[in-house]
Design a protein around this ligand. Structure first.
Ligand SMILES: [Zn+2]
Length: 407
């Protein structure tokens, strides 16, 4: 029997080799992997074999090489076998996608429909059925989905897979992962759940998450509520319980209106979508960027047409968002604020207020301005990030996918 310590070392070496390939934008030779990991060439070759046979790595043809010597075979992540499921329960839609190990989207589906009126059990059953359809389509492409993550707009106990509080869905204390795991569609698949704004920030880092241009950022998700993902030094900061980034409940004015959370004057009552709609004189329910989108499209149309109430509501929301973000940037010294969700289509009207408050209130702004950018991951960010998180787990712990005989 192999001693435990030696087994642990091999496990971490497999992850080291796989990670070094993932970090490389180009296919990388075994010799270069040895140089990068500090392992011998023989050890690297021995570690690569099971990763190849498990379908985690693939070889590329010998690259033409200048100078003498045998051309080297390159190694890259394989998109042929291992894949991950991302799923999302939004306020007015269900979404799911499957990414292969290279991060390519292999299938994706969104089902529109308001989930606020339904029970959590019924909503999760429909979400499981949607996921099952994508699992079937993935199998037909020769992929093996090794796990799934569910994105939910609320506070999640990720370790227990329990949605503690999702006010905009009307959920509290929902054992989401237990309910999903019990679904006949998803038997045996390792599942977990996390906050949608956190997972949207994972998507902002890309997969594989290599060489971030901006290692310190705040990614704002404005949908019906407002959340944020915090990335410091290239890593997602989850906080003690995974509940960081509740930007929507930062106080803008203690004397302000009551928020759904019970406090007064939170950012959400000024810049949340329901507040925006109300201030713009609209009565339709709030919708999301990936969902029905009707209320949002109406807001964009009214702003483009120069409707004064809408423009005033958006300017007020931009200022409030800027106030909350200025406090966060003073505290965290992030280099960039990325606007996602409804703030992407509304950025023309939201961004000036955000930039003005950041310029005035952030101490370091006079030394180096804070970049305000619009998310390029689109309305899919949370569901893509959910699948990317599963893939990150594969890169960090590939051992469970390797045949025991290989090591
Ligand atoms: Zn609040």
């Amino acid at each position: 029997v192999e001693p435990a310590r030696q087994r642990d070392l091999r496990t971490s070496n497999h992850a080291g080799v796989l990670g070094a390939v993932a970090d490389s934008p180009e296919p990388v030779s075994r010799a270069r992997l040895a140089a990068r990991t500090g392992l011998t060439r023989t050890t690297v070759s021995a570690l690569v074999e099971p990763l190849l046979s498990a379908g985690l790595l693939a070889e590329t043809g010998p690259a033409p090489r200048a100078g003498a010597g045998r051309p080297a075979v390159g190694l890259r992540l394989s998109g042929e076998r291992v894949a991950a499921l991302g799923a999302e329960v939004g306020v007015d839609y269900l979404a799911a996608c499957v990414l292969d190990l290279t991060g390519a989207v292999r299938c994706r589906e969104v089902v529109l429909g308001d989930n606020r009126a339904d029970s959590p059990e019924a909503t999760l059953a429909r979400s499981a059925a949607l996921a099952a359809r994508l699992l079937d389509r993935s199998r037909a492409q020769g992929l093996e989905v090794v796990g799934g993550t569910w994105a939910v707009p609320g506070l999640v106990d990720a370790a227990r897979g329990r949605v503690l509080l999702a006010p905009n869905l009307g959920w509290s204390g929902v054992d989401a992962v237990d309910l999903l795991t019990a679904s006949p569609h998803l038997v045996g698949l390792p599942l977990d759940a996390d906050n949608e704004a956190t997972l949207a920030a994972v998507a902002e880092l890309g997969h594989p998450p290599r060489g971030l241009a901006r290692g310190n950022l705040l990614r704002v998700s404005g949908e019906v509520g407002i959340g944020a993902g915090v990335v410091l030094e290239g890593r997602l900061v989850r906080g003690e319980h995974g509940w960081s980034g509740e930007l929507g409940h930062v106080t803008i004015d203690p004397a302000g209106p009551r928020c759904r959370c019970g406090a007064t004057g939170c950012l959400e009552v000024y810049a949340g979508q329901e507040a925006l709609l109300r201030a713009a004189g609209r009565t339709a329910p709030a919708t999301t960027t990936l969902g029905e989108g009707g209320s949002l499209a109406a807001l964009v149309d009214a702003a483009e047409a120069g409707d004064p109430a809408t423009l005033a509501a958006l300017a007020r929301a931009g200022t409030a968002l800027g106030l909350a973000l200025a406090a966060a940037v003073n505290l965290l010294d992030v280099d960039a604020v990325v606007l996602g969700g409804i703030y992407a289509p509304l950025q023309r009207w939201i961004r000036p207020g955000v930039e003005a408050e950041l310029a005035t209130r952030v101490l370091r702004a006079r030394l180096r301005p804070v970049a305000v950018t619009v998310s390029t991951t689109g309305p899919d960010a949370a569901v893509l990030g959910a699948a990317a998180r599963v893939l990150q787990g594969v890169l960090a712990r590939p051992a469970r996918l390797l045949a025991p005989a290989g090591w």
